[in-house]
Design a protein around this ligand. Structure first.
Ligand code: SF4
Length: 695
């Protein structure tokens, strides 16, 4: 009898959509890569050739959980989807890390992951129930919204089933189409939904009654409480300062919208002045009034096992405020549009925008999602789109009818979004669309330069620029961004990296926290090897080592599928007297789940290996040092204008050298790969893919 496995249920499901054949392989082949992101990268390395295009049947969609998923581990309900993305100009390897309850359910149903390849001749969905998997016809589901599709599948498999799927956007191969999980979590702009659509795979539904064996259950329970108390308040303590408070503010009267171009930044304007900017004497707040009147009830919610629960759902018997749910970022930007249209925060358009965009299977996280209406307004102001040439009621934006019409036409490539329409390049993704606009309309060049962050790869509209940066966080994050797989297109991994960095440094100087300098110094001394300038703005000194520490830690978060949004308390905590977190929390969770002891150095070495596999994948797909550069616009922004492209280049030289990569080409050295146990990867890079690997 095989040894009992802890942390894993032991099997990866293999699905060949071309032949309809389903097989299984043992998870143990890959457990040395720790978890989701690392395992996904290795399977991709082995099975997706560099010549494969994103929509080719041989591309793989690799859904992987981690050893903590399905256990009582804190905020570890995420999973990764690794694939070749159609989003960047040079289609390339990418990953997303969505949340919800799908990952634990998959393990309860008997599988640690699913590798989907091929292309089904007809639309299908995959049904997995307690160790059995089958492909079923999805003909009747094709064309349906996520809501309608989910209700259909609930009616067959019961409402306990966990479902991920695509909407019309994925079916119509919008390059940035998302996979929507549990009807409210999404994959960002990695384009997983389009790859799923290219395979005629509409959905995956899972239901399981099994369990994950935990090696040290008591340790795991203690770790949940430790984590909870590092990111959240202790019972009886005052209201948490950030997560829940921001949710509350977002829902009721988000006073500042830091991601929104042209809007005042937090701390730069008083609430009263902010509302005056919108022609309002004071915030008018229908939702808050409804809560006070008792016509609406609020409930915190979130992903499986989360110690934070950043989502909020509300139930309403008020027809003006439909029931719904969302997370803080769901209304960060959109409230401004409500003000414009309604002169009050009524909650309706923001909620509906969120619902419709998910229903269509679109991505929120770029200019054509998160900032859709700002973007359309820009195009109106530049004289590129009009009511006449789009057929859209652009003079009445932010009405429910407008929102629905635009999103439906976009997802279906109809009207102005049809091939010959004025917005016909938009379904090809932000990068291609903006490039097209810049070439066709000289007035759009500035828009292109401001948004396309660096050649071929792009990230959040404002990720590296829009938020004040007292600790030079973006500089450190920028190093990680530029070489990471998320830079192929936005992925949750980028979010993890950014958020964690923000939390681990900026929080230390947040108002209300005591002795930030002492905390920062302690943090430097204890965790960052005494790098005195790691937290100092406007210098490259000490930024490379800290970027590497953060890159490794973020990769570990993705491998263990801990959530980046819940601010993993690796380096800092608001709720300890010294404001320090627990840098060993990842190893502790891994050991409690699997029973395998691992030191911090061993965990970081495993992350070094995982990051090198990802780099070798990109190298195999043609990426080199010359691609790892921000555009000129970046160096003119407030966050970067203290430095130059040349200085950044020198810091990157230091980074490649520290990583054991050749600074000239950005290719990992053979010695580095061999030291990390990746000799086979080095050999294949040379013999199979004809890449000259530096010694
Ligand atoms: S913080 Fe939010 S997104 Fe993250 S695991 Fe918790 S509920 Fe999910």
């Amino acid at each position: 009898m095989a040894d009992k496995m802890y942390g894993w249920v032991g099997k990866i499901l293999r699905v060949d959509l071309t032949t309809g054949k389903l097989t299984e392989t043992p998870t143990s082949d890959y457990t040395k890569f720790i978890g989701a992101r690392g395992i996904g990268a290795m399977i991709y390395w082995e099975e997706v050739p560099p010549t494969c295009k994103a929509f080719d049947p041989e591309n793989a969609l690799i859904f992987m959980t981690g050893p903590a998923a399905g256990t009582m581990a804190p905020s570890a309900g995420k999973f990764s989807i690794s694939t070749k993305s159609a989003v960047p100009d040079t289609e390339c390897y990418n990953l997303s890390v969505p949340g919800g309850h799908f990952a634990p359910e998959l393990k309860f149903a008997g599988y640690d992951g699913i590798v989907v390849k091929g292309k089904s001749p007809r639309p299908v969905y995959l049904w997995i129930n307690d160790g059995k998997a089958e492909l079923r016809s999805a003909e009747r589901l094709w064309g349906k919204t996520l809501t309608d599709m989910t209700e259909d599948l609930y009616s067959i498999h019961g409402p306990q089933a966990r479902i991920l799927g695509i909407g019309p956007a994925g079916e119509n191969l919008l390059r940035e189409a998302a996979v929507i999980v549990d009807h409210e979590h999404a994959t960002g702009i990695s384009g997983c939904g389009a790859v799923m659509g290219s395979k005629n795979l509409k959905a995956i539904a899972v239901l399981g009654t099994g369990a994950v064996n935990v090696a040290k259950p008591k340790d795991m329970m203690d770790l949940w409480w430790t984590y909870f108390r590092l990111v959240n308040r202790k019972p009886g303590e005052a209201e948490p300062q950030i997560m829940h408070k921001s949710m509350y503010d977002g829902l009721f009267h988000f006073p500042h919208m830091p991601h929104s171009p042209g809007h005042p930044q937090a701390g730069t304007i008083s609430n009263a002045d902010y509302f005056k900017n919108f022609g309002l004497d004071s915030p008018i707040n229908l939702m808050a009034d409804a809560v006070k009147a008792g016509t609406i009830k609020l409930k915190w919610g979130g992903c499986y096992g989360c110690a934070v629960n950043c989502a909020l759902s509300w139930q309403s018997n008020n027809v003006d405020i439909p029931s719904g749910s969302g997370q803080c970022n769901d209304w960060m930007s959109w409230a401004a549009w409500e003000w414009k249209a309604y002169k009050k925060v009524c909650g309706i358009p923001a909620i509906q925008f969120d619902a419709y965009i998910d229903d269509m299977g679109l991505s929120k996280t770029n200019a054509l999602g998160y900032h859709f209406y700002y973007f359309l307004e820009d195009l109106v102001n530049l004289g590129i789109i009009t009511k006449e040439n789009t057929g859209l009621p652009l003079d009445q934006p932010w009405t429910l009818d407008f929102i629905k019409t635009v999103l439906e036409k976009f997802a279906h490539r109809e009207g102005p979004f049809a091939k010959d329409g004025v917005l016909g390049m938009a379904p090809e993704g932000q990068n291609r669309f903006l490039k097209y606009l810049a070439e066709k309309y000289p007035q759009a060049k500035s828009l292109y330069e401001a948004i396309i962050v660096h050649p071929g790869y792009y990230t959040h509209w404002n990720d590296l620029r829009g938020i004040p940066d007292p600790n030079n966080t973006k500089v450190k994050t920028g190093i990680g961004h530029i070489v990471g797989p998320g830079a192929g297109a936005l992925s949750a991994a980028v979010e993890v990296r950014t958020w964690m960095v923000r939390v681990s440094t900026s929080n230390l100087s947040r108002p209300g926290l005591s002795a930030p300098n002492t905390a920062a110094k302690l943090q430097n001394d204890l965790y960052f090897g005494g790098l005195p300038d790691a937290l100092t703005a406007k210098t490259w000194k000490d930024k490379v080592p800290i970027a590497i520490i953060q890159q490794n830690a973020a990769t570990m978060v993705d491998c263990l599928t801990m959530c980046g949004w819940s601010s993993p308390p690796i380096y800092s905590s608001q709720y300890t007297p010294d404001k320090l977190g627990d840098p060993a929390i990842g190893e502790k969770i891994f050991t409690a789940a699997t029973g395998v002891s691992i030191t911090h150095d061993e965990m970081m070495a495993a992350m070094d290996a995982n990051l090198n596999i990802e780099r070798c994948i990109h190298v195999r797909e043609g990426r080199r040092r010359a691609d790892d550069i921000w555009n000129e616009f970046t160096f003119k922004t407030d966050a970067w204008n203290w430095t130059t492209r040349d200085e950044f280049g020198k810091a990157m030289d230091e980074f490649y050298t520290a990583r054991g990569w050749d600074p000239k080409t950005g290719i990992p050295r053979r010695a580095t790969l061999e030291k990390l146990g990746l000799k086979k990867v080095a050999d294949e890079l040379e013999s199979k893919y004809k890449v000259s690997v530096p010694a």
